[in-house]
Design a protein around this ligand. Sequence first.
Ligand code: NAI
Length: 264
Amino acid sequence: MEPRFAGKVMLITGAASGIGAATARRFAREGARLVLGDLNESGLATVADELRSSGAEVAFQATDVSERTQVEALTQSAIDRFGRLDVLFNNAGTGVYGKTPDLEPEAWHTIIAVDLHSIFYGCRAAIPHLRRGGGGVIVNTASISGIRGDYGLAAYNAAKGGVVNYTRTLAIDHARERIRVNCVCPGPIETALTSPIFQASPAIVEEYAKLIPMGRIGRPEEIAGVVAFLASDDTSYVTGAAIVIDGGVTAATGQPNFTRFLEG
Ligand code: NAI
């Protein structure tokens, strides 16, 4: 059987690490040609070398996704190299802790720029090419932090909430152009972004284990699989959705698990 994404051209941001790198591996295995962007150029080169050695066609370009012109240049590089674009995975992102009174306005602006403006820049640059190719798929990385509040994550919650609702507008604006737009909302996933938190104390991992109904932190590959599903024809009628991938975290109300006490 032909690989699912044979010949498709996919652009991934934040591809040097974590969820982006895992998704690049998944799509390369399934036949896609890849264009990778990230701030971290040496990390990109490492991922690209690995994928090329397994036979994939891969281009990469150092890109700051908070800069419109750099996102446009990355998108154009996909067209220059492969002549088309089929799938865009707007995934690069970062976070900063700080309650509102303590948050420097510069830090707020940076998070909104990296996590939200980037999605606008990516979609604005890509949609004309997707249209020209007769349609396509966009997947944005939001977060469960885009649908619930977190203690001390003011800017990140605002940006990711924006990603969730902006995804809906993109979906309805471009549905008739055969462009499907969805977002993934990961829960806690072990990556470079989160490992400093998880590694800060064994108590944090224990607290997470209590909080997550499945009892464990997720793996980047578990997000990549859902991105591949959303990019595939199996979801040909899915657009505007925010898919939670969180081991059950947001299925719970947040109340303590009293059954532990009742069961004795
Ligand atoms: P990661 O740190 O492993 O990967 C993020 C990548 O984005 C890095 O390679 C980094 O260099 C790149 N990046 C950061 N700022 C950038 C910029 N201005 N321009 C270009 N590239 C930039 O982290 P992870 O976890 O793989 O994060 C990917 C996405 O998943 C982010 O949007 C994050 O907010 C989101 N997410 C992660 C969760 C987790 O628990 N790890 C949970 C929910 C969402």
